[in-house]
Design a protein around this ligand. Structure first.
Ligand code: NOJ
Length: 513
């Protein structure tokens, strides 16, 4: 594992809406370079940037048409190389977004694959033998090729599925994982990774990492595939890291990923925290965290400390955190949790100032209801909140129209802002080994439908008890640990009464024990 990962705090950049340097209404590499100091100042140490490759942008760049070329809207390959260099000069790291499961229908491989004559790309995608035969359990593209067949899709219907083979085959057109077509796809994937690592990126966030081998319910074929990628990395690029969009760490980490996300889909119960009818972190105090903890511990044990389980503040596919926790006090308590859990924390751009979900806007580039979480970064009170010099109607996505929208500038000037609280929490995490990614966790108090909850983070030399009560009511619990020194507290400190710990309403505290 790249050592830099041990204490990393990530920042996700959506390149379209982070910073536009040339006034065309859309963000670009140069804009990101200009704002790297913001990420550094906040205390983040690494960046994940969403796809930036040539694409017709039917799914915001997750429909790649050339894996080896930066999308001109962001700059050239040389500009991207310069971005890597500037990132490194600042002591930061950058992960690109790798989309291995599908391409755009405009990719040259797909155009070749649609031809009736056999060629080098005939087996690059998952095709049936006849246009009348549809791949079961998958959507498909059919009736648009000379080739007689239906091509499976992996996500939207303009994203044909690349062929990594079937774990179990029961139809003549299904190829095994070790057949020449699937092997050639995998070789190409490794070459794409080599290409960008040679240019200077530090690794990849891998899109739909679970989706590659078909008819593979338990993920065994896909895990073996990723293990072979990890072997290549360990041999050729030992500092490179991979994080999966999988949501099942017991599989992904066994499959060679250094990290996996808990996500709004999959079995993790991540939504119970922030994104359900009664989120645990809402001050209403009607949530339940016990199912989340059960799943978390299960994954933690099964994944055998092979890698990191990462809990993001949000991402470009989910509602903004502030949509469910509209009060900044609630957000601060939530970050007290996010920044004291094991695994690398991930902060979605704009979440550090509590950017809002922009309601009722028309879908942009396949965003649909996700578009409201992808609006332009709010830097200051100048034109277009400092995002771009373009006329407002040319912005890629409209700005949050609220005149009280948060901005970086305002929050920098306010010592009580969310920005400053998050910055402080990152500093505390970096200064205390027991709060960091690989330190142990033991849940101390977690009861169904109850507040607060508490966990112990520990290394050989340090033990820190974290006690969190998001609800607006004071509460108490019997605890076998006695809090000594307070390392951090927000919303008031705990006190001892009749052998119980009294936990103030809306509070989060870290205590040495
Ligand atoms: C997950 C990505 O995060 C999402 O934005 C995209 O639409 C799908 N995968 C398909 O690539």
């Amino acid at each position: 594992m790249g050592q830099w990962l041990d204490n990393a705090v990530f920042y996700e950049i959506y390149p379209q809406t982070f910073k536009d340097s040339n006034g065309d209404g859309i963000g670009d590499f140069q804009g990101i370079i200009e704002k790297l100091s913001h990420i550094k100042e906040l205390g983040c140490t690494a960046i994940w940037m969403n796809p930036c490759f040539e694409s017709p942008f039917g799914d915001a760049g997750y429909d790649v048409s050339d894996y080896y070329k930066a999308a001109p809207r962001y700059g050239t390959n040389d500009d991207l190389k310069r971005l890597f260099e500037e990132v490194h000069k600042m002591g930061l790291y950058l992960l690109l977004d790798l989309v291995p499961g599908h391409t755009s229908i405009e990719h040259e491989w797909f155009k070749e694959s649609m031809k009736a004559e056999k060629n080098a790309y005939t087996d690059r995608y998952v095709w049936t033998n006849s246009v009348w035969d549809e791949p079961e359990g998958m959507g498909c593209i059919r009736g648009i090729s000379q080739r007689d067949g239906s091509c499976a899709v992996n996500f939207f219907s303009n994203q044909p599925a690349l062929n990594y083979g079937f774990y179990k085959t029961d139809r003549p057109w299904q190829q095994t994982v070790d057949a020449p077509g699937p092997q050639a796809t995998l070789d190409e994937l490794k070459n794409i990774m080599r290409f960008w690592l040679d240019l200077g990126c530090d690794g990849f966030r891998v899109d739909m990492a679970h989706s590659l081998v078909k008819h593979d319910e338990e993920g065994k074929g896909t895990m073996a595939l990723w293990r072979s990628v990890r072997t290549m990395l360990d041999e050729e690029y030992p500092k490179a890291v991979m994080i999966s969009e999988w949501g099942e760490p017991d599989k992904s980490l066994q499959g060679g990923f250094h990290m996996d996300f808990l996500l709004h889909f999959g079995p993790s119960r991540y939504n119970d925290l922030f994104r359900c009818e009664e989120p645990y972190f809402s001050s209403r105090g009607k949530g339940d965290i016990s199912e989340f903890v059960k799943k978390y511990m299960d994954s933690y044990e099964k994944s055998d400390r092979k890698g990191l389980i990462c809990i993001p503040s949000g991402n470009h596919d989910m509602d903004r955190l502030a949509r469910h926790l509209p009060d900044v006090h609630e957000l601060k308590v939530a970050y007290g949790f996010l920044l004291s859990m094991p695994g690398a924390p991930f902060i979605y751009y704009g979440d550090e100032i509590g950017m809002r979900y922009v309601e009722d806007i028309v879908s942009v580039e396949g965003g649909y209801d996700r578009t409201g979480s992808r609006s332009p970064m709010q830097w200051d009170d100048t034109k277009n909140a400092g995002f771009s010099d373009a006329p407002a109607e040319k912005l890629y996505i409209p700005l949050d129209p609220d005149e009280n929208r948060p901005t970086v500038q305002k929050q920098l000037a306010d010592p009580q802002s969310l920005y400053h609280e998050i910055k402080k929490l990152i500093q505390i995490r970096q200064a205390n080994p027991a709060l960091q990614s690989n330190a142990e966790i033991d849940f101390v108090y977690v009861e169904k439908d109850m507040y607060p909850f508490a966990y112990l983070r520990s290394t050989d030399g340090q033990k820190i008890l974290v006690i969190i009560n998001p609800s607006s009511a004071e509460t108490s619990f019997a605890c076998s640990y006695e809090p000594k020194e307070t390392i951090y507290s927000f919303g008031g400190e705990v006190s001892v009464q009749d052998g119980k710990l009294i936990v103030p309403a809306g509070s989060c505290g870290y205590y040495c024990v």
